[in-house]
Design a protein around this ligand. Structure first.
Ligand code: PEP
Ligand code: MG
Length: 844
């Protein structure tokens, strides 16, 4: 039996004991955090191994520590890297500061979910306060929850909480925390361990509290999060070197790999000396103006409700008002893209899952505001945790619409912000609602830490023609309002206090670009014929009827890629046949009977989920059930789409294109379904059927595909990612995943050769076709059509008119033998300078 001198620790779980040295995690196995044991669990409730007070329970529910009345402190950590699950799979049963009895249930967890989604389920029990212990059981083998395991000798307890700094404390500069999940157990242990190397008393401060920097639990109890601004203070002999070392350690991630922030140093010191902050372009253009920092309002929410009936009423009134506000935003929208975003927000407000969650909380006595916030936050966290970039962006939409309703429930007016002229807005993240409400007379552009180039905010920025950068380091949030900055979105740069010469240069470039664009636009109606008289078809990549109309107005000679999936994303039910048919027919009518309309069948799956097509979560979505694979697995989906597309036969020169084809059998099966649907409709003539060349297998076997198709269209975006084995959205591979790589060019050459040998035409519809530098290269490689982003149609047509096909063929042959994409780009730049007479045609 335990005595005050001999504290027993009981097994917190049932399972199999494993020596700590064998835990595949250096920080745990090296005992930096503390000595103890590891259990591979067979039960799913973590129980208190000792009586005491909960000194910390992580918000994500994966770790908890208990301190007993004599100062012994024990940490339980469920699984490895489980902090990344953001709480999913864990149910906390206790709160910080709560006294618990030995054996009391602390955390319930879903072992299956964790085993599937985290690195490991191995659970640690570690003695943080450093007492030596003896084993009460064999050190390996099966244990039952509640079985005595260790006996602690409390005589050597080191109480390290509640540090008192002696003498005058020195403070570090503020450091913005780069760790994605804050200082959770692992980085906190590294930090505490480093602090223990100094004799000075040291504290870690965040805005709302401080902790003894030598205490792991105290640091964890600070509940820090990514982006928190922290400071280290120290008093004592080695205080100066301590704060320098520890501030640098914090900025470097405390042993964790940190990405965007990897080079973050103490913020104030660095930002003031920095001239340029780098992110990625979310919307092109440039602007010179002054910094205006934007922060989201924090809202006070009380937990308990008046009565379920009253709270239900509150929620439904707020939801109705939000739907109305969103309708107004839709009505005021200047384009389809903008209107669609608010339509998607309205649909989120009808989501039964979300509403059921909120109603259940209201029925349990919570206020409408509390229930709504909890429902939206947990759903947004779920979206984020699925590791899918598109869903993560939808989480931002959900947070936005969630805040809109919350303000309506609480009766909080949106504070209209007085903006100065020439404002460059800076924010952690702007919401689509904030973006839509911008006063574009005063706002010249914006720069954010979060968001992505494909986020809704980026789409809105492009619709407004506002330059924008996202993915900037968090130092940007420390810029003082009024700081003069040059936002060069094309380069993804925010230049601080730029010199006059730089501003003048930018303005001159902008003037030149404007003139050039004017020239291109005035000549957009001319055919794209090379100087030696060969005509190339310049068509458009579109995702909506509005874009089809715009493409025709800008001189587009047809549609080379209709990304049909975009007609059906962001909705929670399948479109009816009539809805689909009327969309395709409207687009076909806009083109008319002599222009090509290439409709690509649904390219969903993987990174582009469709809410109404249930899909399994995949480890490698880009290598999984995507495009034609998914459609052939659900043939009815493909049949329905074929039927709807076929209803526009005759209205335009109809082409159907299959995405992600890798096997001949896929093409054959899809053709069979198409023929059956056409027969059922009584059609005597089939539309043209082609495939995208975006998997190297298809390019390499183009000679076998060519006899069985009417055309190829090369999707250089995917072809590049699959050829170079580089994720097309990977931020650190962005500059290397370049379609100008000779390996990709060789696959294009192979495809063209095979197609032409069988009398079939080849287009390019990946983003490469929209790059002016690629024009001579692609023409020289023999492609027949370029399908480009709508606004770039005039520029690409002008570029075709400036070259000779013979020159193009020569440069294409030359670059096929080069080593790298950089070499190819450089050769093309030199070729352009040598062959295009820039004195006759305005350059940009
Ligand atoms: C491509 O992969 O190049 C392409 C055009 O298809 P998407 O970008 O839609 O995948
Ligand atoms: Mg593709």
């Amino acid at each position: 039996m335990a005595t005050p001198q001999q504290l027993q620790l009981l097994a917190p779980l049932s399972g199999v004991l494993m020596p700590l040295d064998q835990v595949p995690d250096q920080v745990f196995s090296s005992r930096v955090i503390g000595d103890g044991l590891c259990i591979d669990p067979t039960s799913q409730t973590l129980c208190a191994p000792l009586a005491g007070v909960i000194s910390n329970v992580q918000a994500s529910g994966h770790a908890v520590s208990i301190t007993d009345d004599n100062g012994a402190q024990v940490l339980m950590h469920i699984g490895l890297d489980t902090v990344n699950l953001a709480g999913k799979g864990f149910t906390r049963l206790v709160e910080e500061g709560q006294r618990v009895a030995v054996g009391q249930a602390l955390i319930e967890f879903d072992a299956d979910y964790i085993a599937l989604n985290a690195r490991s389920l191995l659970t640690l029990m570690l003695v943080l306060s450093g007492e030596p212990f003896t084993w009460l059981t064999p050190e390996t083998g099966v244990v039952e929850s509640g079985q005595p395991l260790l006996s602690l000798n409390p005589s050597e307890v080191v109480a390290d909480e509640g540090v008192v700094e002696e003498g005058e404390a020195l403070f570090s500069k503020p450091v913005t925390l780069p760790n994605a999940n804050g200082l959770h157990a692992r980085p906190a242990a590294v930090f505490a361990q480093a602090a223990k190397n100094f004799s000075a008393s040291i504290c870690l401060h965040k805005q709302q509290g401080s902790a003894n920097a030598k205490s792991l639990v105290a640091i964890m109890a600070l509940q820090t999060a990514h982006g928190d601004v922290l400071q280290v203070s120290a008093a004592g002999a080695d205080a100066e070197v301590a704060i320098k070392t520890l501030a640098e350690l914090l900025a470097a991630g405390c042993g964790e790999t940190v990405t965007v922030m990897a080079e973050v140093e103490t913020v104030a010191a660095r930002t003031s000396s920095l001239k340029v902050l780098r992110g990625v372009c979310a919307s092109p253009g440039s602007a010179f103006g002054q910094v205006v920092q934007i922060a989201e309002q924090t809202l006070d929410v009380s937990e308990s409700g008046v009565s379920p009936q009253v709270e239900r009423e509150h929620l439904s009134l707020a939801l109705a008002a939000a739907v109305q506000d969103l309708q107004q935003l839709r009505d005021k929208a200047t384009g389809d893209a903008q209107a669609d975003i608010f339509k998607a927000h309205q649909e989120l407000l009808e989501d039964p899952g979300l509403l059921d969650q909120a109603q259940a909380l209201i029925d349990a006595g919570k206020s409408a505001a509390f229930a709504w916030r909890a429902a939206t936050e947990s759903t947004a966290a779920l979206f984020k945790s699925l590791g899918n970039s598109l869903l993560a962006e939808r989480a931002a939409d959900l947070a936005d619409v969630g805040q809109r309703v919350l303000k309506l429930i609480l009766g909080v007016e949106d504070r209209a912000m007085e903006l100065p002229e020439g404002a460059i807005l800076i924010a952690e993240q702007l919401t689509p609602s904030q973006t839509a409400g911008l006063d574009t007379r005063k706002v010249l552009g914006f720069a954010t830490v979060g968001g992505g180039a494909t986020s809704h905010v980026a789409i809105l920025a492009r619709a407004f023609g506002l330059p924008a950068i996202c993915g900037l380091p968090v130092q940007v949030l420390t810029l003082i309002n009024g700081t003069r900055v040059l936002l060069d979105a094309d380069k993804g740069e925010l230049q601080l206090d730029p010199e006059l010469a730089v501003i003048e240069q930018l303005q001159a470039n902008r003037q030149r670009k404007k003139k050039r664009q004017q020239y291109e636009l005035e000549n957009a109606g001319l055919a794209a014929c090379t100087r030696d008289g060969r005509h190339f078809e310049i068509t458009a990549n579109i995702a909506s009827l509005a874009e089809a109309e715009q493409a025709m107005a800008l001189g587009g000679e047809g549609v080379g890629l209709l990304r049909s999936e975009f007609l059906y994303l962001d909705r929670n039910h399948a479109p009816s046949h009539d809805e689909q048919a009327s969309t395709y027919s409207a687009i076909a009518r806009t083109l008319g009977p002599v222009r090509n309309l290439v409709v690509r069948t649904l390219d969903v799956g993987g990174d582009k989920p469709l809410a109404y097509v249930p899909m399994d979560r995949e480890t490698n979505p880009f290598l999984g059930m995507r495009g034609i694979r998914l459609c052939l697995e659900r043939p009815q989906l493909l049949r329905d789409q074929f039927k709807a597309i076929l209803s526009s036969a005759g209205l335009a020169r109809l082409h159907i294109m299959l995405p992600m084809v890798a096997q001949l059998s896929e093409l054959r099966l899809a053709r069979q379904l198409l023929e059956e649907e056409a027969l059922a409709l009584g059609l005597t003539e089939l539309p043209k059927l082609g495939i995208m060349i975006e998997v190297p297998a298809a390019a390499l076997m183009a000679d076998l595909f060519a006899p069985e198709v009417d055309f190829f269209s090369i999707g250089t975006n995917d072809l590049t990612q699959y050829t170079l084995a580089m994720d097309r959205d990977h931020p650190r591979l962005a500059s290397q995943a370049d379609s100008f790589h000779p390996s990709v060019l060789r696959l294009i050459a192979t495809t063209v050769k095979a197609a032409h040998a069988h009398g079939k035409w080849v287009g390019v519809c990946g983003a490469m076709a929209s790059e002016k530098l690629a024009v001579p290269l692609l023409l020289g490689l023999g492609v027949d059509e370029l399908s480009v982003s709508v606004p770039l149609i005039p520029a690409i047509k002008a570029a075709v008119r400036e070259v000779d096909l013979l020159d193009c063929q020569a440069i294409a042959q030359q670059v096929l033998g080069l080593e790298s994409a950089e070499q190819v780009r450089e050769a093309l730049r030199l070729h352009h300078e040598a062959t295009v007479d820039t004195s006759l045609i305005l350059e940009n």
